[in-house]
Ligand binder design. Sequence first.
Ligand SMILES: Nc1nc2c(c(=O)[nH]1)N[C@H]1C(S)=C(S)[C@@H](COP(=O)(O)OP(=O)(O)OC[C@H]3O[C@@H](n4cnc5c(N)ncnc54)[C@H](O)[C@@H]3O)O[C@H]1N2
Ligand code: MOO
Length: 397
Amino acid sequence: MSTLLAFDSALKEIERSANRRVTHHTISLSDAVGHILAEDIHAPMNVPPHHNSAMDGYAFAYADWQAGKAFTVSQRIAAGQPPQPLLTGTCARIFTGANMPDGADTVVMQEEVEQVGEQVVFKCAPTLGDNVRPSGQDMHQGQAVMFAGDTFTPMHIGLLSSLGLTEVCVYLPLRVGLLTTGDELIPAGQPLKVGQIYNSNGPMLSALVAQSGHQVSRCIHALDTPEATEAALKDLIACSDVILSSGGVSVGEEDHVKGVLEKMGSVHLWKIAIKPGKPLVHATLDGVPFLGLPGNPSSTLVTYHWFARLLLSVCAGKKVNRPASYLVDAGFNRHKVIQRDEFIRVSIGDDGLAYAHSQQSSGALLAACESQGYLHIKANTQVEYGCSYAFYPFSAF
Ligand SMILES: Nc1nc2c(c(=O)[nH]1)N[C@H]1C(S)=C(S)[C@@H](COP(=O)(O)OP(=O)(O)OC[C@H]3O[C@@H](n4cnc5c(N)ncnc54)[C@H](O)[C@@H]3O)O[C@H]1N2
Ligand code: MOO
């Protein structure tokens, strides 16, 4: 066990050694969801640009008001209309979103107003500034509102549209090459012969890469020989910014990935103190970062979530955040002290406790689909009923 690298050290090492691998280009803001911003954005103007009314009502100068005063309505201002300066001692009929006239600083909503002949009387005692949205309330000119590395969400599209922007500078999508290895694997859709299984990691990795917002450049399957592995890696190097593989990273004679990496490039780390996913390997091939994920499907999933996602984020120019977690009490015991950080597939019960799926084999994938996330148990500890552990919902990845 002493040769295994600690989980946190492996995360730090992979993040430290990675660099952005993509350049940038300009796209229409309307196409930007999921893209990564390449430069900080400062607000070119105040939003809202002018003081405006938050309510349908009457705008007036607070200094003119006294209890019971009847105001003459001197103008009517609908949203979109330029107001006239307010005549002293009067009020303006005003509607939600309409600019405040110069000279007015407070709005009383129409429900609080009584019509007395041609005039209006306020039934409430207003406070200065009531129902006025000041210019710059949302964003002020020059304020940094988005940063390089931020990923566009629909909220950002709205935000930048409110600043009048129509185009943004984003990073080009990261091209991720995928290699699956194994003589026993065939693609779904063909009949299985004895000894064969379907390749599930290839399609799963393609989907994970797409879910993370990157592009699969090519997905190649190689038989378990050094020659086939090397040829596939050469093809992937030519068309990819980063390469991920599944399988062939353990110690058997049929595991060729690590040997080929040592021949073709440099291996930075191999074998991490985690379960599942121990034989993860990190290397560089012709300048292209490479991560070899263990072939057991749940090991592939866990190492993608924790390590590949991190590597791809840095290479894509994306701001790196540790996945969001919260503490949850365990609804089960495991008295064995574990040697490797373990990511137990769990669901949260109606009682708020985390329950481990009954099938934790790294070869089983249904357990992940039937669970809600990982309970992270640190090396050299055990699971005690009622004690708190970090829970990472799958949606955090
Ligand atoms: N003597 C030892 N044997 C193993 C060790 C060890 O330390 N000493 N580690 C075990 C651990 S832990 C893991 S995890 C696996 C990882 O092995 P590999 O990365 O070399 O993966 P393979 O041997 O190629 O495959 C493992 C398993 O997964 C299936 N597989 C592989 N690729 C796919 C795919 N694309 N789709 C679906 N299933 C796949 C493969 O058929 C095997 O059953 O090594 C342990 N062994
Ligand atoms: O690391 Mo393996 O993933 O324990 O099965």
